[in-house]
Design a protein around this ligand. Structure first.
Ligand code: FNR
Length: 323
């Protein structure tokens, strides 16, 4: 492991874990705009445990590849000290196996505890002692403040480096207002950094709102999901960029890192929001490959050029591997 400092979670802004959204292109985009920490999409321990770690010399990435050749997790040096690997798990031993599989390539391990169970703290303890990088967890709030505070105090005792708190009850929908008072109670009850989450639908619309949300919750840090998915430039201290520009930058990363085309499409459709039925939206929806998506954005040349560069790399790797 490189001799860099351990990732700390105080006073940071983070891209939240999001299934399908939090793949490599979105994470790099969020870092470009100023996010300090980026969480990957939740990856399930059972699937990850079957993966092989493969160095992809053409893309210059590290890939975790399933037996059916699907890339479950792709990462690269640029995010090495910033990326948090979020895991879905119900089993301490399997969780540790997966954490040890990825720990050289990520900055921290997070456990998704959306609905915390008795075994959850066991998993955290096992990970904290079993890996050399920070371990964190992400929870939703429990029905009463007392239960929530009891839970986070139990969690803190496991030795985790931080707790992300999505300030909604299990049965609440994303459009419900976030319970800042619960996050505040948590922030007061523990001494490790608390990462406030859940502000996207009403409170956080601009970069300046991030600090307001931090103050309102008394948390050390803020994590954004939907606000970042809709326009990742929210992490930038500059003005919010037009989403067209953000989609273009996203797509360049998707092409550069050979992102799964359906995943690329899904993310672009999330960014298009109510424009998903516009002519551009329809073209994106009809596209089947990254090449076709590139055409919709006038990025054919970038696509072509990237393909040629990658082919040249492949050829030179083949030549150099011959005796
Ligand atoms: C999520 N969320 C989520 N949470 C998590 O712990 N692991 C995950 O993989 C996902 N996946 C996911 C996908 C998508 C598309 C969305 C919109 C949300 C929940 C997310 O991290 C966050 O807790 C909530 O969205 C609340 O934060 P915002 O959106 O108000 O900033």
């Amino acid at each position: 492991m490189m001799a860099v400092g351990r990732l700390t979670f105080s006073n940071i802004t983070a891209l939240a874990p999001m299934v399908r959204v939090g793949t490599l292109p979105m994470r790099l985009l969020a870092l470009d705009y100023g996010a300090d920490v980026v969480y990957c999409e939740e990856l399930i321990d059972i699937k990850m445990a079957q993966c092989q770690r493969v160095l992809n010399e053409v893309l210059e990435t590290v890939d975790f590849v399933a037996p059916d050749d699907r890339v479950m997790f792709r990462t690269c040096e640029r995010e090495r000290d910033r990326v948090v690997f979020q895991m879905g798990t119900a089993d301490p031993d399997r969780a540790l196996t997966v954490a040890q599989l990825v720990e050289k390539d990520v900055a921290a391990i997070d456990v998704n505890m959306g609905c915390p169970k008795e075994y959850s703290t066991k998993i955290l303890k096992k990970l904290v002692t079993g890996v050399s990088i920070p371990v964190t967890c992400k929870i939703r709030i429990l029905p009463t403040m007392e239960e929530t505070v009891n839970l986070v105090q139990k969690i803190e005792k496991t030795g985790v480096a931080a707790i992300a708190v999505h300030g909604r009850f299990k049965e609440e929908r994303p459009r419900h207002p976030v319970h800042c008072d619960y996050i505040q109670a948590v922030a007061q009850a523990v001494s490790i950094p608390v990462i406030a989450n859940g502000g996207s639908s009403d409170l956080v619309k601009t970069n300046a709102d991030i600090d307001e949300f931090r103050k309102l919750t008394g948390a050390s840090s803020v994590m954004l999901a939907r606000a970042a998915m809709w326009n990742a430039s929210i992490f930038s201290k500059q003005e919010l960029l037009p989403v067209e520009k953000v989609m273009e930058e996203y797509l360049k990363y998707a092409i550069r890192y050979d992102n799964n085309a359906f995943n690329t499409k899904y993310c672009l459709c999330q960014m298009l929001r109510d424009k998903v039925e516009s002519p551009l939206g329809k073209q994106v929806q009809a596209a089947q490959t990254n090449a076709e998506i590139s055409e919709a954005y006038g990025l054919q040349e970038f696509y072509q050029h990237t393909q040629e560069q990658q082919q040249a790399k492949r050829d030179s790797l083949q030549t150099s591997s011959q005796p």
